[in-house]
Ligand binder design. Structure first.
Ligand SMILES: [Zn+2]
Length: 294
């Protein structure tokens, strides 16, 4: 019996989807031996831009080394909540110095982690505040990590409180970020009303493979909450491999799995979603004119 013709061609017939990875630690040790191959595979999968965030002084420096080698990558410098208690004044001074580099398009990652608490919470709060102050001073968005223990939302509530206290969403931040989001909620995790509140402050929400994990079901609802220009996609490589990717080490090429999920949630086709993702990335992380070789 002949096969029935497909009513619609699969998405792949339209060509590869345009993709961005707004958060990829290709500056991590686990990519030391094969970053070139990993980035080549990402390119073949359609990934056009990758943001490489630091999490402490050394990794922020390595993010800058990478953007010097690959002109389609962008760097962020900052201190992760896990490292909040480990960065001394001299280290912080280097981050501040690097923050004004043209190749640095954002500050982070920073934020709050009340799940693992690798640094005491008071240190995390001090660290978050100074990273936010640096974002405001440089006009480069803060990349925010926020995790609570399973079933809790205390970190999300504390983050929202801090953002409101420093004036995100108010006139000072609006003046420093006239045409782009002041903060990126990286690897979104949390309840729907928290998402609504950060969107209200002007944040862009970035989804990772975390959306597929048990306990993160609210992400599916959040992904349909707002127009696509309020969302980004990321891998958080080498962490958070989505289903369908090799489990050992996540890589930027697998951002296509999360992007396909987002297209479905937004009820749009992958091609249109890809165009929108690239545009959102460019709006959120613009490069200074002088640094653009084209
Ligand atoms: Zn990260």
């Amino acid at each position: 019996m002949p096969l029935a013709p497909c009513r619609e061609p699969p998405a792949a017939y339209h060509g590869p989807m345009r993709l961005v990875d707004s958060h990829c630690h290709v500056n991590a040790d686990r990519f030391e031996g094969d970053a070139d191959q990993v980035l080549g595979a990402a390119r073949l999968a359609g990934v056009e831009r990758i943001l490489v965030p630091g999490w402490n002084v050394a990794s922020s420096g390595r993010a800058l080394d990478l953007v010097a080698r690959f002109d389609w990558l962008d760097a962020a410098v900052g201190v992760h909540p896990h490292d909040a208690a480990k960065v001394d004044e001299a280290g912080w001074a280097r981050i501040v110095d690097w923050a004004s580099d043209d190749r640095v398009v954002a500050i982070g990652e920073t934020g709050l982690d009340y799940d693992r608490v690798f640094s005491p919470i008071p240190d995390q709060l001090i660290n978050l505040r100074r990273n936010l102050a640096l974002a405001l001073a440089t006009g480069k968005p803060a990349i925010l990590h926020c995790r609570s223990a399973a079933g809790k939302r205390d970190a999300q509530d504390a983050l929202l409180d801090e953002l409101t206290k420093v004036g995100v969403g108010g006139p000072e931040w609006a003046a420093a970020f006239p045409e782009r989001p002041p903060v990126v909620i990286h690897s979104f995790s949390g309840p729907v009303d928290y998402a609504e509140a950060v969107l209200e402050l002007g944040a862009v929400i970035s989804f990772s493979g975390l959306v597929f994990r048990a306990g993160e079901e609210s992400s599916a609802e959040v992904a349909a909450l707002a127009p696509i220009d309020r969302f980004l996609t990321e891998t958080d490589s080498p962490f958070l491999a989505p289903p369908g990717a090799p489990r050992g080490r996540n890589e930027p090429q697998w951002v296509r799995i999360t992007a396909a999920w987002l297209a479905e949630r937004q009820q749009t086709d992958p091609e249109r979603l890809g165009d929108a993702l690239v545009r959102s990335y460019e709006v959120t992380f613009p490069r200074p004119q002088a640094a653009d070789p084209r």
